[in-house]
Design a protein around this ligand. Structure first.
Ligand code: NZQ
Ligand code: ZN
Length: 387
């Protein structure tokens, strides 16, 4: 078991009517609030009006229109400018992972004098960030409980996972009822994203019985509850368990004491959504089984056996490689069964830029150090197999 140094300073307020605590929460910060949100879903579900009503004593400046795969230009730059112009005290992010991620980059940029890209690209280390409070409306990324934000820069095809300990939200308000309106497509993509977060922590060299148990339970919970959410979008219990499983998925808690895995599927998918602006969870679902197939070897087979037997109930008396193949097929079949398009061609990606993307990933993602090391040619093979 490896050493670790762990802290998540975020206060989670979970459950129906969590929003009632918003005034109390916001009273801990100043009067000037930057309210960030996406393309309008929070208005449709009445959350925007509710927030304005509960915070009527605050001075609220708004940054609307944050897109999925949030963009550095204009959203991060506009947000930083607004924070500086209005001397903002706290950011209130209301939405899915994209709104939260963008708000994190804004929070750091607002406390930095230079170009915020210096921070996101790790050229300069942030010394401070504005506090962030969020109200989550989509279960997927775990951004509500981690210190990362993923930002896209269109002109360079970069999509960078920016992590810094200043970026943990101070408070995350998690009311599953706000996720009732999430579409089937985004519910399935959210499930695939959170499942892959767990897999990225499960498939590594050094693990513990404890962590493997957490991961296996997390995967089973996500599969069962995502199906229930798709069958009945207003099933509170299923939405709640899915939300909590997603919240725990990405802040590293499932891998404390494990050796690093390199997060290879994320390294590959971030390029797909940078080049083609696809939905992150769908890209992951497409890549994951092809990556699994590619890395299956004498070195990795026992992890697949454990995964197959404990997550999918595959017969443990079968040959090890047969179990592994069945586990990979079961992963593919599950994603397909919840309605995810399972080929890159289905999401508008053909072979024309595979070489370019593989090169970009190999140069930027450090996957030669992953649990199963990936060269540029391995990455190109995985992408080609995903077509
Ligand atoms: O923009 P609005 O109108 O709000 O609509 C959004 C958006 O179109 C909609 N939506 C959100 N809540 C809704 C809703 N529609 C109906 N009812 C609701 N309650 O859903 C669409 C997708 O939203 P988005 O925020 O993009 O989805 P998600 O939460 O999956 O976030 C994806 C982004 O997070 C990054 C991804 O790369 C991607 O950019 N990630 C962030 C991570 C992190 N911070 O730790 C880790 C992940 O691995 C991931 O990379
Ligand atoms: Zn993800």
């Amino acid at each position: 078991m490896q050493n670790f140094d762990y802290m998540t300073p975020t206060r989670l307020i979970f459950g129906k009517d969590a929003i009632k605590k918003l005034p109390e929460v916001m009273a801990n910060f100043g009067k000037k609030v930057l309210l960030t949100y996406g393309g309008g879903s929070i208005k449709k579900i009445g959350l925007y009006d509710k927030v304005k009503e509960l915070l009527s004593d605050k001075e609220i400046i708004e940054l609307p229109g944050i897109q999925p795969n949030p963009k550095y230009d204009p959203s991060v730059l506009d947000g930083v400018r607004l924070c500086k112009e209005h001397d903002i005290d706290v950011i209130l992010a209301v939405g899915g992972g994209s709104v939260l991620d963008c708000s994190k980059a804004i929070a750091a940029g607002a406390e930095y004098d230079g170009d915020p890209w210096d921070l996101i690209s790790y050229k300069v280390k942030a010394q401070a960030a504005l506090p962030i409070v969020d109200i989550l409306t989509l279960a997927a990324t775990g951004s509500e409980y981690d210190c990362g934000g993923v930002i896209s820069r269109t002109e360079t095809n970069d999509k960078i996972g920016y992590m810094d300990e200043h970026l943990y939200p101070a408070v995350s308000l998690l009311d599953p009822t706000y996720t009732f309106t999430v579409s089937k497509k985004q519910t399935a993509a959210g499930c695939a994203d959170a499942m892959n977060h767990i897999m990225e922590q499960y498939f590594c060299e050094d693990t513990t019985l404890l962590n493997d148990g957490f991961c296996e339970a997390g995967l089973k919970s996500l599969m069962v509850n995502a199906r229930k959410c798709l069958d009945d979008p207003e099933d509170y219990t299923a939405r709640a368990e899915m939300m909590f499983a997603c919240t725990l998925g990405c802040n590293g808690i499932y891998a404390l004491g494990n050796s690093p895995s390199g997060w290879p599927c994320h390294g590959i998918e971030h390029a797909l959504s940078a080049y083609y602006d696809i939905t992150h969870g769908e890209g992951l679902a497409i890549i994951t089984p092809r990556w699994m197939k590619h890395i299956l070897s004498e070195k990795t087979v026992d992890r697949f056996v454990k995964y197959g037997v404990n997550v999918f109930g595959i017969d443990s008396s079968l040959d090890r490689f047969e179990i592994a193949e069945k586990a990979i097929q079961a992963t593919y079949d599950f994603f397909g069964s919840i309605g995810i398009p399972m080929h890159l061609k289905d999401v508008g990606i053909d072979e024309s830029r595979i070489g370019e993307m593989a090169h970009h990933i190999a140069v930027n993602e450090g996957l030669e150090n992953a649990y199963a090391p990936l060269t540029e040619s391995d990455i190109a093979d995985i992408l080609t197999a995903s077509l």
